[in-house]
Design a protein around this ligand. Sequence first.
Ligand code: F6R
Length: 258
Amino acid sequence: MEVIIAQADVIGELVADEIAGLLTRAPTAVLGLATGSSPLLIYRSLIERHRRGELSFARARAFTLDEYVGLPDGHPCSYRRVIDDEFVSHVDFAPGAVCAPDGAAADPVVAGDAYDRALVASGGVDLQILGIGAVGHIAFNEPGSSFASRTRVKTLTDQTRRDNARFFGGDVDAVPRHCLTQGLGTIMEARRIFVVAIGAGKAEAVSHLVEGSVSARWPATILQHHPHVTVLVDDAAASRLHLVDYYRDVRAHRYLVS
Ligand code: F6R
């Protein structure tokens, strides 16, 4: 696990560089997209590169991580709508190339199974962007999630509903209790993973992710078992890490494979 401590805007550029590099090498790559505030600087940088004519998503595909259950199609807080508004509608993905779990389906359990199968059938995610919740979730895999889980319905913790109330005008009661989320087992199949965490509110979760014991109490810790994860944090999110000097040292003296 590589740890990069940098300012938020630098983090956005670094991950955007990785995505641009991947799409240059492999224009039909499959991207894994997170919603929420953490990836916004990445998306802004990608949109800029697209506007400058440097980057095209025309042959790429993408899968989002999760969705609230029960919000009607097109609800402004639905993650499908958010990813469209913040990123997808500003670049040139082909129609239908970006898939999201259908939280408005008549049967979300069936929709979750179908989504997981579609993801696997696509060949799998080449590059996954993740945020991390204060409770240690990745996607909406709340504490106690099985490390083998696939896309399914989960119940959100009160903490996550409080954290996300800011997207619902501050009204925690408006935040759905249930979600459809890729499982930890699903996410672990991504070939390359970037986790972004900004701000002191993420410091405890980041300390468990990077330096803690692997435990379902902090679901993101399963990423310690993934062979190719980079965690990008600002100073505040890194504030509870013990080995900060070492992580900075590793970055300063990177071993470059020829
Ligand atoms: C969003 C998602 C969540 C968020 C996490 C952090 O698709 O899967 O795990 O990444 O809750 O959210 P922000 O970035 O808003 O702090």
